[in-house]
Ligand binder design. Structure first.
Ligand code: FE2
Length: 361
């Protein structure tokens, strides 16, 4: 407001140079009108034109997947989707900082811990039961403030020339033991690996998680990104890597250039290494397009939206049982994951523990 006032008073003499205009500008009534005008402009901009037919999505899921979903959603509803892409905790922290002033209508994450951060600040509107009921209870919080829409299984990718099947670890926790020194890799700066650590923390508690992280620090090779981990295992630079299933299956569906020397080990048996992470979707309570936001999240869990995910390049698990992923991927029903309360994943504590272990700055 101050800059608008200065602009009118000082910055544009041609416009307001005449004494009588200045005199009028000085009057309290005109000043009040200018203040009102300045406050009104953004509101008009937000409501004007065909803006009511849009929805603003803060997206931390893979850009290509959500762009495909958004394209179909727009074709079916006429509602334009504005995607603002970032990473899980980056966008969660941005939403918390913006609070009620955020332009976001919907928040989508790769992994659920970032959803819990936003929910803890009371920023989500509860979702309708019709949306929630499509997704099994273990993939959404009991308070109904958001829902899962895609799943990703933790796996160990291994170089088949370096590790025999019989020598594979029975548990993810074993990779911290001395016999795995120099034989394991992972990408600790990514939200994917941090969600896996959150699963370990929820299942094993803090002392065991600290000891496990210390063992991984001693044993492990750190890369930046799950695709880099996959490549390095394929090249034989490291014997094994902790990743999510879809990185390997996608490469297999292509030419297999980065996975042909490898195989996947599914831990199963409710081991922390069989943790299935959930991609979450929620409607921001203070968004400006609530009805559109509800429609978008509803679409994500619907048969049509889940089919877009199943048919895409992504190879992440669909969570609506009416639309199985299919393809050549080990079915979700065969993974035998551990029971982790989706609201019990504590990303703030995970970041602290990973900082203490020397994985994060
Ligand atoms: Fe990922």
């Amino acid at each position: 407001m101050r800059s608008l006032w200065n602009h009118l008073k000082l910055g544009n003499p041609k416009l307001i140079g005449r004494y009588d205009v200045l005199a009028r500008l000085r009057s309290k009534r005109v000043a009040a009108a200018l203040i009102a005008a300045a406050l009104t402009v953004p509101v008009l901009a937000a409501c004007g034109g065909d803006d009511k037919d849009s929805v603003v999505v803060y997206n931390a899921q893979h850009e290509e997947l959500i762009a495909a979903v958004a394209k179909k959603f727009t074709a079916e509803t006429g509602i334009k989707v504005e995607l603002r892409n970032g990473s899980d905790l980056e966008l969660a922290n941005q939403l918390v900082a913006e609070g009620k002033r955020s332009p976001a209508d919907v928040f989508l994450t790769e992994n659920s811990p970032a959803m819990a951060v936003v929910d803890a600040k009371g920023l989500f509107a509860p979702l309708p039961a019709t949306t929630l009921d499509r997704i099994p209870a273990q993939y959404r919080p009991t308070n109904g403030h958001w829902t899962g829409f895609a799943g990703r299984s933790t796996v160990l990718v291994y170089n088949t020339a370096q590790v025999q099947e019989a020598d594979l670890p029975a548990s993810l926790m074993d990779l911290a033991k001395p016999e795995w020194k120099g034989k394991v890799s992972f990408s600790p700066t990514g939200a994917d690996f941090q969600a896996i650590v959150a699963g370990v923390l929820a299942l094993k508690g803090e002392p065991a998680t600290k000891a496990w992280l210390a063992g991984l620090k001693a044993n492990g090779t750190v890369y930046d990104g799950n695709n880099v981990v996959l490549k390095s295992v394929n090249n034989g630079d490291t014997a094994t890597g902790i990743i999510y299933h879809y990185y390997w299956y996608r490469d297999q569906e292509e030419a297999g250039d980065n996975s042909k020397n490898t195989a996947l080990h599914f831990f199963g048996k409710k081991d922390p290494g069989a943790f299935v992470s959930t991609s979450g979707a929620g409607v921001l309570a203070n968004g400006k397009h609530n009805a559109n936001a509800e429609k978008f999240v509803d679409y994500l869990t619907s048969k049509d939206g889940q089919q877009v995910i199943a048919d895409s390049y992504a190879l992440e698990y669909t969570l609506n049982p009416e639309v199985p992923l299919g393809r050549e991927v080990k079915p979700l029903g065969e993974l035998d994951p551990p029971a982790v309360g989706i609201s019990d994943l504590d990303s703030a504590r995970v970041v602290e523990l990973m900082q203490d272990a020397g994985f994060l700055a």
